[in-house]
Design a protein around this ligand. Structure first.
Ligand SMILES: N[C@@H](CCC(=O)N[C@@H](CS)C(=O)NCC(=O)O)C(=O)O
Length: 217
């Protein structure tokens, strides 16, 4: 049985966006059962946890003694087990992997940079100055992505792990209205997150925070 490590609690802005969501979603799509081990934020840098996730982050998984970290690597591992996330033929596999890398390495950095500016550094002089260029960088990626999508429902025919990761990255722009400026991209994101597996994964992550807020000293 896979054990997924996730946080017991995170601040409101992060709830529903913590990256164990990607793993939960992939496991739901693949219909692979799993259990969740919730850790406190203070536990993420414990020697035991660092042996599992060298950077003290979530997600990480353990299965029969085998450990894996990085949401992309874990989703890839799950995708390799299920045609619900990745076709069997080498060409189809390659295209799925390319879109997984594209989501995490070509689109997510621009999205994360804007999130850093808007959420973590809001109001700071450097952030205000950097904001227009960060928005432009996101627009550049989203425009290209929308062009690629054209009339497709998904990036490559059927839904795959590439769509799963791309949709989670697009969701992280939820504090802005940028995706809404790209109607086909917005429809694509909404098509992905309308999937029952996503809804279950999201509900499960949100549910895990309930009753776990830190008590003020
Ligand atoms: N590249 C890593 C990033 C993981 C990551 O940033 N995790 C966040 C939660 S979404 C975290 O644990 N943050 C706490 C920290 O960095 O100390 C992955 O995709 O797994």
């Amino acid at each position: 049985m896979i054990t997924l490590y996730a946080y017991r609690w995170v601040p409101d802005f992060a709830q529903g966006h913590v990256r164990d969501l990607r793993v939960r979603w992939a496991l739901e799509e693949a219909a692979i059962p799993y259990e969740v081990r919730l850790i406190g934020l203070e536990e993420k840098t414990s020697p035991n946890y660092l042996a599992l996730q060298p950077f003290g982050q979530v997600p990480a998984i353990e299965e029969n003694g085998a450990k894996l970290f990085e949401s992309g690597a874990i989703v890839l591992d799950i995708a390799r087990r299920s045609q619900a996330l990745m076709p069997r033929d080498p060409g189809g596999r390659g295209r799925t992997e390319a879109w997984m890398f594209a989501a995490l390495n070509s689109v997510e950095p621009a999205v994360a940079s804007l999130g850093e500016i808007d959420i973590f550094a809001a109001g700071q002089a450097w952030a205000t100055q950097r904001h227009p260029a960060a928005v432009e960088a996101v627009n550049l990626k989203l425009g290209r992505l929308q062009d690629w999508l054209g009339d497709r429902d998904f990036l490559e025919g059927a839904f795959s792990a590439g769509d799963l990761l791309m949709a989670t990255v697009l969701r992280d722009l939820g504090h802005t209205d940028i995706v809404e400026q790209y109607p086909r991209l917005m429809a694509y994101r909404d098509r992905c997150i309308a999937r029952p597996a996503f809804k279950k994964a999201l509900a499960d992550q949100l549910q895990s925070f309930e009753g776990h807020a830190p008590v003020a000293a």
